[in-house]
Ligand binder design. Structure first.
Ligand SMILES: [Zn+2]
Length: 243
């Protein structure tokens, strides 16, 4: 943990623990876009905070605690203001620098993500979107997975990553294209200031433009097991998700 004046990560965790009243874990980030997010992992609440929160006043931490406990609207606005007034603490790293951490491998055994991306750009956006696409790394997990994240978009790296479990012969191209399209929409709609992105009504309206949306959703319901069971070592084998 890097000490940057103000609290250090452990001290912040302790204070937040007592303010929220549950045993949570604080992770300090140096993110470019997501200043604050939280979620459960293995039964514990993980709170990810940009290092700007190490300087937060008691009032801001109280608001943060209220926001975590109940999504309090007023606390949320106060946090927005805090993030806004601390913009100068956010690193400026060009996307291509961030992307160097991810070697791009868009061509799979069965699906060529770059070809899908280019076609979707042409068909639905009428322009070339300035983001990159690649198959994600094969994660080490015990099978079956409980959930699988089929696609993700990193605004920091301007990069779409697609889960390698989708690179199977029985996965239809239009299903992979739907996942790619969904992540392209995240790129186009942007990440809401400082917060986890959400599927806004405008986002969902845009997603309906995908011609195989219903088929894709049905396919996902009917084939989720083959994705959850996908084993990279038995590559040709039949192998709640979030995107
Ligand atoms: Zn999404």
């Amino acid at each position: 943990m890097r000490r940057v004046g103000g609290l250090d990560g452990r001290a912040l965790e302790k204070r937040l623990n007592s303010l929220v009243g549950i045993d949570l874990v604080v992770r300090i980030t140096d993110n470019l876009h997501t200043m604050l997010s939280f979620g459960r992992s293995e039964g514990r609440l993980i709170v990810r905070l940009h290092r700007m929160f190490l300087h937060a006043s008691h009032g801001v931490l109280e608001a943060l605690a209220r926001y975590i406990r109940s999504g309090d609207r007023e606390a949320s606005r106060l946090l927005d203001r805090y993030i806004e007034s601390n913009r100068h603490l956010i690193r400026k790293v060009p996307a291509h620098e961030r992307r160097k951490r991810f070697p791009l491998r868009p061509r799979g055994r069965y699906h060529d993500l770059q070809a899908y991306f280019d076609e979707l750009c042409r068909r639905h956006f009428g322009r070339r979107l300035s983001c990159a696409i690649t198959w994600g790394r094969v994660p080490r997990v015990r099978l079956p997975r409980r959930t699988i994240k089929l696609g993700s978009y990193s605004a920091d790296a301007r990069l779409i990553r697609i889960h390698p479990a989708l690179d199977q012969a029985h996965v239809p191209p239009w299903f992979v294209q739907w996942i790619v399209f969904h992540e392209m929409l995240h790129h186009v709609h942007g990440v809401r200031r400082g917060r986890r992105r959400v599927h806004t009504p405008a986002f969902l309206r845009d997603e309906k433009r995908f011609p195989y949306l219903e088929e894709a959703r049905r396919w996902e319901r009917e084939n989720l097991d083959s994705l959850l069971w996908w084993d990279s070592r038995a590559d040709d084998g039949r192998g709640s998700r979030s995107t």
